[in-house]
Design a protein around this ligand. Structure first.
Ligand code: MN
Length: 335
């Protein structure tokens, strides 16, 4: 995924500084961002839009999670679906998970990998990588999924880029729920995906009627992590919080777990991690630490330097970086 805003917001991000972090509740509605990069003649579909939950003005990160997009459910009839041509990344991992459909990933390491539901794509940019993400020809008729970015800590952010594909992820089964573990672990069931900060990401399917009878449906959490829950579909109460579908609720730290209740069943995305203590600068598809780093990365992509390599076989056009803002990108103190 690429940030396709023509004038990307300047994002100055950091974890919670306040040591008196506590369990809290903050509702974060998504905002629609257009991802329709190409229409072919005769196509009449609405084009692919995404709902973006992070970063927002109200909250920029949850643990090292720094970018959360949900795309679809989208009917591909009449349009090209996802067409995100070659574009660069620095300082982050991209995590892709589908509920429906298929996406072809190609990157500058020479990787070609189709992803379908139940699988995980994890791309670690290190100091620089480029990739494309596109709906395949003869794609399934619908597309629904998430793309998430994880900020890399300073110790590894300039490392060697790599791509990992998991054909399946481990599952944790607990009363009333099933957790598919993308990153980190849920109550001891751990994903093999390579991580660089204490973090968790999971898709939790909540049974119809869970928590409504005598038995509670308890999702264990790490007390030191901050967490967020994004309701993908269905109805869900988390402790005493009723979620709306398409809403991310930030839960703060200091929770050993949450009670889940669903009348009709639900799917949720759980995101959490140790509050990320480094201040980062996030602009377009780059995560860095200083204005100059971002300027340099942008210039090197524009100049086709070897830093970002070359993606072979993409259908969509190479994405050029938007102009830099007139103000310096400056990591300021966190809220
Ligand atoms: Mn991308």
């Amino acid at each position: 995924m690429s940030d396709l805003q023509t004038r990307p917001d300047v994002e100055l991000c950091g974890g919670e500084r306040d040591p008196a972090q506590r369990a809290c509740v903050q509702r974060l509605p998504g905002r629609a961002v257009s991802l329709s990069t190409r229409r072919t003649p005769g196509q009449s579909g609405p084009g692919l839009t995404v709902e973006r939950y992070l970063p927002t003005k109200a909250r920029r990160m949850i643990g090292a999670w720094c970018f959360v997009d949900v795309f679809g459910p989208h009917d591909l009839a009449g349009d090209a679906g996802m067409v995100v041509g070659p574009h660069p990344h620095t300082g982050l991992q991209t995590v892709t998970w589908l509920f429906e459909g298929a996406v072809d990933h190609r990157d500058s390491l020479g990787t070609e990998q189709r992803i379908v539901p139940g699988q995980l794509n994890l791309m670690s940019s290190g100091s620089g990588i480029s990739h494309s993400e596109e709906s395949p020809d003869n794609s399934p008729p619908r597309l629904h999924g998430v793309q998430l970015w994880v900020a890399l800590p300073d110790s590894v952010r300039n490392g060697v880029p790599r791509f990992d594909h998991l054909a399946a992820v481990p599952e944790q089964h607990l009363p009333g729920l099933k957790a598919q573990v993308l990153l980190g672990d849920v109550a001891g069931v751990a994903s093999p995906a390579r991580t660089h900060t204490p973090i968790v990401g999971a898709v939790v399917s909540v049974d119809k009627g869970a928590g409504t009878g005598g038995e509670s449906s308890w999702l264990p959490l790490r007390r030191t992590f901050e967490h967020g829950v994004l309701l993908i579909d269905g109805d869900l109460r988390v402790d005493d919080i009723d979620l709306r579908a398409g809403e991310l609720v930030y839960l703060g730290t200091r929770r050993d777990g949450v009670d889940l209740l669903s009348r009709t069943g639900a799917r949720l995305l759980l995101l959490g991690g140790l509050p990320f203590e480094e201040e980062i600068v996030m602009w377009w598809n780059f995560v860095g630490r200083t204005h100059d780093e971002i300027v340099s990365a942008r210039a090197m992509w524009s100049a086709h330097t070897p830093r970002f390599g070359r993606v072979v076989g993409a259908k969509g056009p190479r994405l050029e970086a938007p102009p830099m803002p007139n103000v310096p990108l400056r990591p300021r103190g966190r809220a």
